[in-house]
Design a protein around this ligand. Structure first.
Ligand code: MG
Length: 361
């Protein structure tokens, strides 16, 4: 199929409020277009993200349980793939741009440092001593727009479409609301981690099925599990995704947006989101996971080592910058603090630990 036919077929499927198949905001730099390449702009972006080095390294970064501790536990990569799958399904059910939603999902956690949220907190603590901050969404944006090398020294970043880049700006101020595709990824992120962290939590023995079923979301999911004969994690995903579909469909029908510009005029979650009842159940459920799983001594045992590791690496590199850091600094024309942060944030759990061991000896 040639590109015009591909575009026409996609446009036929997409709702008027979806980001069009060809996007509207474009890329920062014009690019050569191979006339035989019939991929749509967001399909091309998806390939760039998936073939990038930071994407591959997610495989060895912690989700909740340290990467590599047990074969069955999720890593940042499997989390990312689960988010992408849920996002794609939700986008399709609302006639949104699936390729865009999937690309944002695949890139959303690229900026996660080693050791999960503990690593993020530690890098933030270190940056604050210089009056700066670290936040993984911002770092994901920096990776795809500055740090990844597309071709050679002169081509920094992946030159992604602006809809993808804006989709990664989760807590930052934008001149308009985010696309529905980006909002769908946020919802999918939460669905994915609530389901798979439950699964890993039960597998680890730190939480039990009985505890899960004592919550309102657990009870509802268990009933669905019996009906559908699926695993509990699938039932949780299905319960939440179904609520998003029903709620969003009703809100979109009521607001009747006729273009992406109409979507930009709405506040986030006015058009897509969970029902109020489900929001409450999810809050209760998150509190349960937070207390009984995320704050379990076996999970937080990692905290002290991770903090020590990140802070030691950062302090050592700022005092005595290795060539890798200096290269990042030169290439990105950043401060040394920024380059040290970029280097450490890009490490896998194992690499960070190995470098920390080297420092100690
Ligand atoms: Mg995530």
């Amino acid at each position: 199929m040639d590109l015009p036919s591909h575009i026409a077929r996609q446009q036929h499927i997409l709702a008027p409020y979806a980001v069009p198949a060809t996007g509207t905001l474009g890329r920062s730099e014009a690019e050569y277009m191979d006339p035989e390449d019939s991929r749509l702009p967001f399909e091309r972006d998806r390939g760039r993200v998936m073939h990038s080095t930071p994407f591959r390294l997610l495989d060895r970064k912690t989700q909740v349980f340290p990467a590599g501790t047990r074969d069955h536990f999720r890593t940042r990569l499997t989390h990312t793939l689960e988010v992408a799958n849920i996002a794609r399904g939700l986008a399709r059910s609302l006639s949104l741009n699936e390729d865009l939603a999937e690309t944002i999902a695949l890139a959303h956690d690229l900026g996660h440092p080693p050791f999960g949220h503990v690593g993020e907190g530690s890098l933030n603590t270190w940056m604050q001593t210089y009056g700066l901050q670290f936040e993984h969404n911002l770092q994901s944006h920096r990776i795809v727009s500055v740090l990844v090398m597309r071709t050679d020294e002169s081509a920094a970043g992946l030159n992604l479409n602006h809809e993808v880049l804006e989709g990664l700006m989760k807590h930052q101020q934008l001149p308009h609301a985010r696309t529905l595709e980006a909002q769908i990824v946020d919802l999918s992120d939460r669905i994915a981690y609530l389901a798979h962290d439950t699964d890993d939590g039960i597998r680890s023995g730190l939480i039990t099925v009985d505890q899960v079923c004592a919550t309102a979301l657990g009870k509802q999911s268990l009933a669905l599990q019996g009906e559908r004969k699926t695993k509990l994690r699938h039932a949780i995903i299905h319960t939440l995704a179904r609520d998003v579909k029903r709620t969003s469909h009703a809100r979109i029908t009521a607001a009747d947006p006729q273009s992406v510009a109409d979507v930009y005029d709405h506040q986030p979650e006015e058009l897509v989101g969970y029902s109020r009842g489900m929001e409450q159940k999810m809050r209760e459920y998150y509190d349960f996971l937070f207390q009984d799983l995320y704050c379990h001594p076996q999970v937080t045992a990692l905290t002290h080592m991770a903090e020590e590791c990140i802070l030691s690496l950062c302090n050592s590199y700022i005092a005595n910058p290795p060539e890798h850091v200096l290269r990042i600094q030169r290439r990105t024309e950043s401060t040394l603090v920024e380059a040290v942060k970029d280097y450490v944030a890009g490490m896998t759990d194992d690499y960070a630990k190995a470098q920390y061991e080297l420092l100690k000896h």
